[in-house]
Design a binder for this molecule. Sequence first.
Ligand code: NAD
Length: 451
Amino acid sequence: MSQIKDIVNRQREYFYSGETAGISFRLNALKTLDKTIRAHEQEIFEALKKDLNKAPFETYMTEIGIILDEIRYMSKNIKSWCRNRKVKTPLSHFKSTSYIISEPYGVVLVMSPWNYPFQLTIAPLLGAIAGGNCVILKPSEYSVHTSRLLSRIIGESFDERHITVLEGGTEVNRQLLQESFDYIFFTGSASVGRIVMEAAAKQLIPVTLELGGKSPCIVDRDAKVDIAARRIIWGKCLNSGQTCVAPDYLYVHREVKKELIEAMKRYITEFYGEDPCNNGEYPRIINERHFNRLRTLMDRGTILAGGNVNTGTLQISPTIIDHVTWEDPVMQEEIFGPVLPVLEYDSISEVTAEINRHPKPLALYLFTKNRPVEEEVLRNVSFGGGCVNDTIIHLASSHLPFGGAGASGIGGYHGKWSFDTFTRQKSILKKSTLFDIKLRYAPYGNKLKLL
Ligand code: NAD
């Protein structure tokens, strides 16, 4: 028996022992995870420095802090989430009571990408634990230091029948997708998302797909331009643009374009200095393949800021590109790097119509003080989630579901939605045996008249 099959079988056996479904078991597991993360914080910083040159502050803000907040929130609420939910019963079923049980799926698979390799592995894990499941985690082979660390610290803190990390390349993913999991939670690209969904369909395994896409950022004539510039540069340069919800491209009203670009240039220098490619706090591109891909995206259009690269460190300076069209490669794929193409517009309806001609974005950001413009965009464009007058931060809230729309994803999580994702609703109608109304039983004769 292969190692993977063996571990899935052992987890399934453990799941059926009922242990992982106990509320105190789930709470203890969350507590253990919290302790483990705090105890290894320094090593997490080091792994992310090696994988992506992330500064400890950025790692804490985007990989660790978010998780500790979620653990706190879940631990506080898990008891009430697990309670059976009483609901009404139609009079025709007299005399009965009805309720809904949130039952764990069983053995679940979580596959995660390399860009936030800690957060995007642990955040789904929290939901899986809170839901009472056993979990196999498969982090990305590209963020090798974080994956190795995850494997070690999870291995030291948890029974492998409850939670296991499997390292390795695509071959391991392929083997995993042959197994009969009870749920698959995948974060990554749309192309691999299709592979995952196809494999899951063969065994009718339910899935959540957290994918990517091109997330627009719109700056309207009525925006506070300076604050927009600062928040856009922050969101675009976080992890050097390798963020699923990074503002992918900019749509700016013609009247404020010049002012916005000047302000963005100023903030690039303020945040990362004159030479970001030699800044020790500025993240690098994950590997040469992506580095070279991003370089070619800068070939078309007019570079207004940046455009420099450091082939030794794989850093690319924050780059603003003007005079691009939807036909240019930079507008044809998710950029996933610190390159920001700029398009201009005169009327907001042009913008919504153009966005709607493309696949539904994972995120959308709108900078405006104009209520009708805000309403028009939010009403007319379908997208996963986003912000008005900020970027990225909608995902750092346990009170908002996070997920895509259309090609940017299926399902959602965070907070209570993570619990809901990793449990299924089992409906129970409990009938009294004190008496039995015979109307429904054959022979029917002329009972129709009685209805
Ligand atoms: P990816 O799809 O290449 O890889 C994701 C995972 O799938 C990894 O664990 C990888 O090992 C595995 N994988 C790769 N090829 C596979 C194959 N042929 N068969 C089976 N498994 C395979 O994605 P990535 O490059 O790691 O991440 C970037 C993408 O992820 C971007 O599109 C980004 O927008 C998206 N993303 C989405 C979110 C979100 O929350 N929606 C978060 C981060 C990244």
